[in-house]
Structures are given as C-alpha cells and as structure tokens.
Design a binder for this molecule. Structure first.
Ligand SMILES: [Zn+2]
Length: 1021
C-alpha cells in the first residue's frame, strides 16, 4: 500500500518522487519499493520474499514469462501433522508487542441507551428551541428565487443571485467570518456592495491578503473548538441570520434532491447503452437497464469526469481529480446480461506484446486482419493464427459481435496455468469460522446464536451458477486465550478438538479433517455446532487473543494450499499475553492536535506484518466485532482492511435487539459473490497513468493492487495523472484486469474497459463531471490522508480544492458575470453540499463525544465503498411516510435533509446505508401510529424496538415494503432506530440532517456555500 499520504499542496503540482523512474511502457515494477512502509524495520519480518509475491509475472510485467520462484513458506504436510511448531526453523512471525505498560485509563463505557454510539446531549432548553423553530417554520414564507437569474447563453448552469444582506451568524461557525456574498435581491433590497471590503468590516477582520497559496491560515474554521455547544440546534432561522425575511432562502440554492429527481425523470427506467466513448452515465441514484456495447457498465466503473483535459497544464488549472471508481465484482441485476467467459484453452488470453493489455474493443485490426494495433501503447502485434478473421468493408472483423472481447466493455477470460500460483491450478477456496468463546460472548448468547445460524447458513455457500453444490470447504476454530481446532472429518462419529496453547508461535495441529465439504461432513459439523455453546458454557475466561487467531486461520489456508475467508466473531480488546496484544490507548486529549492521526494508526506492528502475510496467502479476514467499550478498531481492523475483508461492528450487542442486524449481515457476507486471491492491474493509453489507489487493498509495488479477496461491494478508487499530452482523437482509454480464483477454484481474468474523451476545452471537462464519483474520490483520499496529516489541513485542502475547481470554471467557462455572482457548473452544482457533508463526517470531526472506534470504523468502511454507497452515506435519503399512497408500490420521493423539511404532524424515514431512523413528529397521525405500532398514541410508542411489528394493515405493509426497498443491495444491514420528536435520541437523527448546522460544529449548507463563494471571490480578485 502506498503510504505517501496526502500531498499538502495542490494536486498536480508535484511530481511523484516514488514514481519518477516509472516508464510509460509499464515495465516490471520494482517490488522492493514499498516494503519499507510496513512494520518495524528491525522486526524479524524479512523484506521481499519471493514466495510471498503472487504470480505477478505473467500478469503484470513485460519481462519474459517464467514460472514463479518456489515458495519459501510452504510447510510440508509432515510438519503440520506432526504437531507443534519448530521454533528454530521459522522466523518469529510476530514481533511481540511493546512490553506491558500501564493499561490506559478505563474507557468510558458506551452510553446505555438503545443507541450507544453517541452521547445524549439533548437538553430541555434545546427541546424548547426545537419547538420554537418548528413553529416559526410554519410562519415563514420565503420569497423564493425560482431558478437562475441570468441564464448564461452558452450552457446550463446555476447562477446564484446575490442574496439578501444578513448580519454575520451569531455563533462562531464555519462562516462566522464575513462570508455572505453582497446582496442584490430582486425585490429591491439595497443593491450590491463591493464584496470583501465591506464584509470584512462587518466582523472587523483585516482584509485578507488575496489568496494565500494553500494551507494553514487560509480557509474556514471547521469544527471549531470555540463553538458554543450544545446549545445550538441546527438550521433554526433565528440563529443563522436576522429576521426571517432576510434569510437566504434554502430553496434558492441547488438541491441534491432536485438533481436526483431530474435525472430519474429524464433517464430512469430506460436502457442505457454504453456504445459511446466519454458518455456520461445516469446518476448512481437512477434505476436503468444497462446494455454493454463496448464500454464497461457504470456499475463497474464510474469516473470523476468522462472527458480528461488534454494537457497537464489544464488539469492543474482546473484541479478536478481525474479518477475512476472501479467495483470489479458489482452485482449485475437479473434483467441485465451477466459477463461472458472467453476460453482460449491452453493459449490463454491474447495480449499486446509490449504493454500486456488484453484483447478488447480498443484494439484496431489492420493489414486485412493479420495484425492489430494496441489502443493503449500503439504497438503493432501479429494476430495469432487461431484468432485470425477477415475484416469487413469498414475494417471491422466479421466476427466482431460474436466475440465478447471484441465488442464488449466487460468479460472474463479463463486463465491458464501461467496465471496460477506455482503454475498449479488453484484449489477451491475455504471459509474458516473462528468464534471467540470468552465469557462475554457465551453470556450474551452470541456463541449459541452463531452456531445455530451456521447450521442452515452453510447450505448457502456461494457456488457457480451451473453447479449444484458449493465447492467451498469449511473449517471451525474457537478461542479465548488459547485456540481450539476441530476435526470434523466425515468419517468421525464425533468432532475432535485440538488445543493450541502456544499462541506465540501458532501452528495448525491438523490438516486432514480440518477443512471439509459441508455436505459430506454435515452430521459431524452439526454435532460440533450443537456442542460448542455447551462446551464453554461455564467458562470464566474473559481475556482474549486476536492476532494469533488470524495467524492460525492464515496458516491453515496456507497448509491447505488454498485461498479463503476467515469469519472472526470477536468482542473485546485482546489483552491476553500474545502477539498483537493491545492496550487501551484511546485519548481524547489528542483530538484536534497534530497527534490525532495516531488514533487511526495501528498500535502494534504485528498487524501490518500479519496483513502482508495474509495477502500473500490469499487469506481475507472478515471481522464481526461486538464491543462493549473501546476495542481499538484502528488496530484490530487493519488486517481486515488490507485483505479486502469487511468489518462489522455491533456496539453493546443484545440478543433481542441486535440479532436481526447481525445475522442478516452474516448471511449476506457468506453468500456474497467474491473473487479470491485477486490481483488487479489498471492499464491506460499513452499520456496518462494510474498514480494512486484507495480501497481495501494492499500494494507491494506501485502498480499491482492485491486483494486477498474482493467482493461485490468493494470498490477501488484509482487516481490518474498526465505523463504527456492526450490526443482528442484517441481519447483516454482505461483497462482494468482482475486476476482471481472463482468460488469453484477456477483461475480467471475479469476485464473491464472504458474509453473517455479528451479535450482542450475546460468547459468539456466540467460538463462531463460526476459529483458522486468526485465525492467518493475526495472522501477516500482525505480518509487516507488523515493517517499522515493533521485533520485541519486535510479539511482545508478539501475546501480549497472545491473553491479552486469552481473558480476555474467561473473564470474560464462561464459567461462574464459580476464578481459577486456565484456560478456553479451544472454537473457540479451540488458539489458544495456534498463536500460540506464530507467535511462534517465524524471521521474528519474530532469531537470528544464521538467515540474513536466509530470514527476508525467509518473511515475503514468508506475506503472500500463504491459510488452508490458514498452518495447515500454523505447525503442520506429522507422519506416522508405520513402521506403514503397506500395503493401504489412507489416509494415516496425523498426530501432534503434539513429540519425545515420536517413537520410535527409527520413521520419520516432516514437512511444513510449504515443506520435507519424512523422519526415521529409529536402530532403524527394517530391512525398511522396505530397502523405501524399497534398502539393508540404517540406516547405509547416504545423507542426500544429495533423492528416494527408485522401487522395486517396497509400502513404496516407499505412501510415494510419501503424498508425492504431501502435495504436492498446495501452492503450493511441498517439497524432501525425509532426516534420520537423532542426525545433524547433525536440528537442522533439530527446528525444526519446534513444540510443543517451540526451540533458538533459542522456548517450548514447555506453557510458553507457562502464560505465557498467567498473563497472563490478571493481567488478571482
Ligand atoms: Zn499495448
């Protein structure tokens, strides 16, 4: 993984030292480049070991193809079966943790409320305030600006008219500094005043020195510690500005909902054919049927812009990140064509001799079909005789439409032995279930729950469509301070347990009988699952190990010579004496200091070395955490993140309330479509190249993206930079190839191709931007950057880059307008609101009220998210449900995430992909309450429930179907939280009303827009 961190300077302005010697032809990567980043240099982990590298040779390099070197890590079967390790022979895998130091201060227990993550800060006064706000809402009727005042002739854009002049906000927030643009309102409120001088007088600040280059001093104050907290509820008209009639009307600023609805109206339900280079797809929120006609479906690849600037100078000027969000295994819905598989037998895939790109629609056949020119490097290659075909009158092969690799954007190749580890066909993957059986998990009933669930779940292991049963083998381990392996061989009458107590040097005590086919060993496995909860029923052991558990699972897969996934169910900070032992190092004093970043870094080197080992062995780690207090997610989740795994977290797990959510997550994860032991390579046409990668990935060098597994929900975001000028004729071509092992153990290559346009006109670049993809990129790059940079700098860079992108547009693309006019390109008109949501995310907000683990968890989730998931996370869906059309199947249209859109007499659902709130106004209709909860009134509703009763009435049925719809295709099961207006839990709900000012100090949308406007004015003055 490249750890060079966020470049605290404008992107594009720096050359990348680490990539300097990288030739445009994609020569063999220097595999030793990035080893230094991992672990303690003194650790016994010896740097590049040939056996650790995957079969990268045929895949990535232009060097002569040869068999991979023999693995140095193979353990002979005899060793394994003979039991205990031989310390002399193997290097210590773990550098022990630092000597036991004082255990940190006891972690403040999570709140005991139903929703434990955040404190309850609602106060009586704030409740009153809310009531006041709600009533004032009904009184205010804003004169609304309908649409742009000065529609510029050239293209569609949103022009914000100068708004009414308002006094600076009362509280010290993002825009407490002079920020509002000068005002000229249609209804004749005093005309424009020169922008900055006047405003600066308002707050008595000295005039700003133009635009300081990049950092520190410039930029808004985010999340200021000076904020008055928690007095202020967001969004109240009275707080933000003066008398209501002078307030900037929220309806006059670009609405994300309007953008989403407009796209649905114009493109929803239609067929979208990918037949044109540089075509902008429908928004990720629009349902349509995608037809692959030569470019990868937007389900697989979305780009920040579909037209790259032709030169790096232009790119530097616009500062629009050039990136692709690639979700290589995205689910293809049943009404679209699944990927075709191409099999060239022993010959294998056809590839360009020079750049190794795979045969694809971008190859140009010439000389009567005998040769082809590579679209990526222009090399002319001979067509292999078996592949020869004549050309038609337009120079196209006559079999063009018969071969997926000639006519489609996405398809798969069956890989040959050259693409396999040690040139041997892979074995089917294995799933190992590893259950923490310490006191807490037994007492909570969790162990029994897991064991019961597995009895039915193991029948649903993923399989190839044409196969009757799954080829995936399963194994079982339980642990507390020691590890217990189980022999569940089909010939046994009873399962057998083997205890490994030497956790310092984990070994696998059995090979034969550990990984089994569930169908064959069904009775023994069921027997085991029945026995496990009983076996440990009387345990007093509360200490656990963790790193040795991963190590054991990885060693077991390695010994079985297969890739696979570990499913680890764990609840506590691993404090037992063992490698990877952790101490509580959570420290709120670090917030908003330069050391805050250490909270996101792992505390023990053991985990980085372990992650590297796991990736090298195709071992993906899925972690289900059930913490009652701080468990150091940043350390415990590290291996999960680097191995393409998923981290699920259930705070204060309670069997009654949380089983549904957990079991649904577990089922989905076990059944998920997954590629194992994967390595991804992104090739580009000449003139630009992939320079940075973000995701649940691991990188040993600068080009090969390694993933122990990659499932349908995981996306890798790839940033590109210019090497040279791009040609408008040939465009910018991208080919993503993922080499992986399928669920049945077949080695395959999944290829996605996409062609983008290039232009020397900045307007073309802006016109084809995709805000949702931009936000995905910004979120991932910022969340990666906080490992190495203070949060304030990361936030400032986000603000500055937003302003730069918009200022460049105004200067170069928009029709001339007053300095004071805020002009947003059509494709980016909701970028400010999304950017503000990102800035307010708990990851970028150091507040003592937000548990460190929550921040580390969300950071980790976002790093692997696709565009649809980041869109929903940063701008949640808010649905009114009090006025449902009970006769139709239609889900009600969403409304903007602001308190002003709520009403006392209403009920609303709010979903962000992780949590789902049902908010009920104090005057919600009694018939609705009766219909949903089967209770007579608002006062009778219990907020303890995490699900709604199944009732036989239209309200209940309709709401259940909406909930199902909201949950469908989401990677995480959202826990339902019922919130009553003016009760404590409302604070949590309000955090997701992202257009409002946040109680943790984040700016309101209006304030942020003003702030960005001010930045733009400064840039252009
Ligand atoms: Zn080539």
């Amino acid at each position: 993984m490249s750890q060079q961190g966020y470049v605290a300077a404008p992107p594009y302005s720096q050359s990348q030292p680490g990539l300097g010697g990288f030739s445009a032809g994609f020569g063999p990567p220097n595999s030793s480049l990035h080893y230094g980043h991992y672990g303690d240099p003194n650790s016994s982990y010896s740097a590049p070991q040939p056996g650790m590298l995957k079969s990268t040779v045929p895949f990535g390099s232009s060097a002569p193809v040869g068999p991979p070197p023999p693995s140095t890590h193979q353990i002979s079967q005899t060793n394994i079966q003979n039991g205990p390790s031989m310390p002399g022979q193997q290097p210590h895998r773990f550098q022990g943790p630092p000597p036991p130091s004082n255990i940190g201060p006891p972690c403040p227990p999570y709140s005991q409320q139903t929703q434990p993550a955040y404190p309850n800060a609602a106060s009586a006064s704030s409740t009153t305030q809310l009531a006041n706000q709600l009533s004032s809402m009904q009184l205010n009727t804003y004169a609304s600006f309908q649409g742009p005042q000065l529609p510029p002739p050239a293209q569609q854009q949103v022009a914000l008219p100068p708004g009414p002049q308002v006094p600076p906000p009362a509280v010290n927030s993002l825009c407490a500094q002079p920020s509002l643009p000068p005002m000229a309102r249609q209804d004749g409120i005093p005309g424009p005043v020169p922008p900055n001088p006047n405003l600066q007088q308002l707050s008595g600040q000295p005039p700003g020195p133009g635009y300081p280059p990049q950092q520190a001093k410039y930029g808004p104050q985010m999340a200021g510690s000076q904020l008055s907290y928690p007095g202020a509820f967001p969004g109240g008209p009275a707080q933000l500005s003066g008398p209501p009639q002078k307030k900037l009307d929220p309806d006059s600023i670009p609405s994300p909902i309007q953008v989403i609805e407009n796209d649905k109206a114009s493109r929803g339900g239609q067929i979208y054919a990918t037949n044109t280079r540089g075509q902008v797809p429908p928004l990720v929120t629009t349902d349509c049927i995608i037809q692959d006609q030569g470019h990868a479906s937007p389900r697989f690849i979305r780009c920040t812009t579909y037209c790259f600037p032709s030169s790096s100078e232009m790119a530097k000027q616009a500062r629009i990140p050039l990136a692709a969000v690639i979700q290589p295994f995205a689910v293809v819905p049943p009404n679209e064509t699944p990927l075709y598989i191409v099999n060239h037998g022993e010959t294998g895939p056809i590839r360009c001799n020079r750049c190794k790109a795979y045969m694809c629609p971008f190859m140009q056949f010439i000389e009567g079909g005998r040769r082809y020119q590579c679209g990526f490097c222009s090399c002319v290659n001979d067509v292999p005789p078996f592949f020869f075909q004549h050309l038609d009158h337009v120079g196209r092969r006559v079999d063009h439409y018969e071969r997926p690799e000639l006519s489609l954007g996405s398809y798969e190749y069956v890989a040959t032995l050259d693409y396999c580890r040690n040139s041997k066909p892979p074995k089917p993957p294995a799933y190992i279930f590893m259950i923490d059986v310490s006191y807490n998990n037994i007492k909570s009933g969790l162990v029994r729950l897991i064991c019961n669930e597995l009895k039915t779940l193991l029948d649903k292991l993923p399989r190839e469509d044409q196969e009757e049963s799954s080829a995936i083998r399963v194994g079982f381990v339980t642990y507390n301070k020691v590890l217990h392996f189980f022999n569940v061989k089909s010939s046994l009458a009873q399962p057998q347990m083997m205890v490994v107590s030497d956790v310092g040097e984990v070994f696998v005590p059995l090979l034969d009988g550990f990984l089994v086919n569930f169908q064959e060993s069904r009775s023994v496995v069921i027997n085991l699952l029945d026995q496990i909860p009983e076996m440990f029923a009387d345990t007093n052991e509360s200490e656990t190990i963790f790193a040795p558990v991963i190590q054991a699972g990885m060693e077991a897969l390695k010994a079985a010579e297969c890739a696979g996934k570990l499913f680890i169910f764990h609840s506590s900070l691993p404090t037992a004496e063992a490698p990877g032992k952790l101490r509580n190092r959570d420290d709120k004093k670090l917030l908003n200091t330069d050391k805050e970043k250490t909270l996101f870094q792992p505390q023990a080197n053991a985990y980085e070395a372990l992650a590297k080992d796991c990736v090298a062995n195709g071992c993906c780690v899925n972690l289900f955490l059930f913490p009652n207090q701080y468990v150091d997610v940043a350390s415990m989740g590290l291996v999960t993140m680097y191995t393409g795994g998923t981290l699920y977290k259930y705070n204060n797990f309670q069997l009654d309330a949380d089983s549904c959510q957990f079991l649904s997550d577990l089922r989905r994860d076990v059944e998920k479509k997954t590629g194992f032991d994967a390595i991804m390579r992104v090739r580009t046409s000449t003139g630009f190249r992939a320079t940075d990668f973000f995701g649940a990935i691991y990188m040993n060098n600068t080009t090969d993206v390694e993933m122990a597994a990659v499932d349908c929900d995981k996306a890798v975001t790839v940033e590109f930079k210019h090497d040279d000028k791009l040609s408008e004729d040939s465009g910018a071509l991208i080919q993503c190839a993922v080499l992986y092992t399928s669920v049945s153990g077949q080695r395959r290559l999944r290829i996605h191709n996409i062609g983008l346009n290039c232009s020397s006109q900045l307007a073309d670049v802006y016109k084809t931007c995709e805000t949702d993809a931009l936000i995905n990129f910004f979120a991932k790059s910022a969340f990666k950057a906080i490992l190495s940079q203070p949060l304030k700098i990361v936030r400032d860079i986000l603000v500055s880059q937003t302003a730069h992108m918009l200022a460049c547009y105004k200067k170069n693309c928009a029709s001339p307008s007053a300095v004071s006019q805020l002009i947003l390109p059509d494709a980016m008109k909701v970028l400010p609101v999304y950017m503000n949501c990102l800035l307010k995310s708990c990851v970028l907000m150091g507040r003592p009220e937000i548990p460190t683990d929550e921040r580390a968890h969300q950071r980790q989730l976002v790093l692997s998210m696709g565009v649809a998931d980041t869109q929903l996370l940063f701008y949640p869906q808010l649905l009114p449900i009090h006025s449902l059309d009970l006769k139709s199947d239609v889900v009600p249209a969403a409304i903007r995430c602001s308190e002003e859109r709520l009403s006392e007499g209403g009920a609303f659902l709010l979903a962000n992909g992780l949590t789902l709130f049902l908010w009920l106004g104090v005057s919600a209709p009694p018939e609705l309450i009766q219909g949903l909860f089967n209770v007579p009134s608002f006062a009778h509703i219990s907020t303890e429930a995490t699900s709604l009763p199944d009732l036989d009435n239209p309200f209940s049925k309709k709401l259940k179907s909406i909930l199902e719809h909201l949950q469908s295709q989401k990677p995480y099961t959202m826990k339902l939280v019922i919130v009553k207006q003016r009760e404590q839990l409302e604070m949590l709900f309000r955090q997701l009303l992202v257009e409002d000012k946040s109680i943790y100090g984040g700016a309101s949308y209006v304030d942020f827009l003003c702030c960005i406007h001010k930045e733009i004015c400064q840039l252009l003055s």
